[in-house]
Design a protein around this ligand. Sequence first.
Ligand SMILES: Cc1cc2nc3c(=O)[nH]c(=O)nc-3n(C[C@H](O)[C@H](O)[C@H](O)COP(=O)(O)OP(=O)(O)OC[C@H]3O[C@@H](n4cnc5c(N)ncnc54)[C@H](O)[C@@H]3O)c2cc1C
Length: 395
Amino acid sequence: MVTGGRVAVVGGSIAGCAAALAAHRGGADEITVYERTDGRLAERGVGLAMHDSRYAELAAAGFVDARMPWVQMTRRGWYVRDDSASSPLGRRLTEMPFPFRTYNWGPLWRELRARVPASVDFRTGNAAKQLRSTTRGVEIDGESYDFAVGADGYRSLVRTTACPGTDPAYSGYLAWRGAYPESDLPDAHLWPTDECAYVVFDGGHIVIYRIPDDAGGHRVNWVFYTTPPTGHTLPTDSGRTLTPALAAHLASLVDHQLPPFFRTLINTTPPADRFVQPLYDFTAPHYATGRLALVGDAATVARPHTGAGAVKALQDAAALQSALISCTTPTEALAAYDAHRAPAGRTMVDLGRTLGRALVQETPLWATMTGTDLTAWWQTADGSGAFGGRELGRG
Ligand SMILES: Cc1cc2nc3c(=O)[nH]c(=O)nc-3n(C[C@H](O)[C@H](O)[C@H](O)COP(=O)(O)OP(=O)(O)OC[C@H]3O[C@@H](n4cnc5c(N)ncnc54)[C@H](O)[C@@H]3O)c2cc1C
């Protein structure tokens, strides 16, 4: 075990809280978390999903538990607009198993944060600005550490030192997102609570599922993937509200492509609760170099079609913990961590690109597909079988 020592974690979101836990269990004496925002993370965010099997592994590793509120999904219904269909949900192409728990990002982060030991110096409103790596350790804004973990998201400062030149690549399309209380959705009973809906159309699709609210009820959470209108400006990291052009594009697609129930579902979203996010992906060639490690989105961003963003971040922390426990020096532990997790990052990025082509960029003729066709098409698209995340032990 790498006992003793000072560890810095840059970023205090999902990956940062989990990495602080990992460092604590891995034997570090002093842990400092630098988090740029001022601590109101729990009020932000919408939905995410976690495969039941990945949940079980992460629960066994001590990173999630049943006190974190979730909604259980069991199936995935595929719908397409068909004006001759008798159901307002449109024509149901097929149903596939969907053994996932869904979470509300804010409460999930809050629960993880609560599990970070009180001995950890968690500095909110404190961005790491200057980082210097030496053979014996890391210096951050004048303070020395034995090693540092970059949990600072896809524009990671730590990655610029650990793996310079690894830049996020724009996928060519956007995700429009929204969430609101289920009680506002007309005829909510028509759509089963345990069903995640995939509503498909030429050039994109929407994923819709319920997530927990913070009061024992549900929120409707949707993500609408398609290419933006030509000539649009990419939303920036700080400005993700819909421009009039992006709002109009969404409205037109909703009107022309969706069955009535799902049209209403999107249109019911208050404008203030809609936002847009450009999709990027990349993976760092190494998850650790010298005394620097990368976890979560700092190491790899895969497109959300993989259903594994938060899972990947938590798995990184679990793998880091195992490496710190099984090795005796930081250098050895970080090298073991890199060997375990870098292949997983590559697999997830590849899967995200394949699913992006299948579900957005080169969509099939949905309306002519039978349920059997769709099942075979999905098996080809998810060739690696990594949808929802790879098994933790496989890396
Ligand atoms: C507020 C928020 C809400 C989100 N909501 C959702 C959601 O609803 N659904 C979903 O699927 N994903 C959401 N995500 C993204 C999701 O958390 C990640 O994709 C995934 O869980 C991996 O998390 P991460 O901790 O690696 O990265 P992130 O969640 O991006 O966290 C990176 C953290 O690092 C901090 N940081 C960056 N640079 C510095 C620095 N120099 N010094 C100190 N701190 C720094 C940032 O403030 C941020 O808190 C959200 C992220 C955030 C920050």
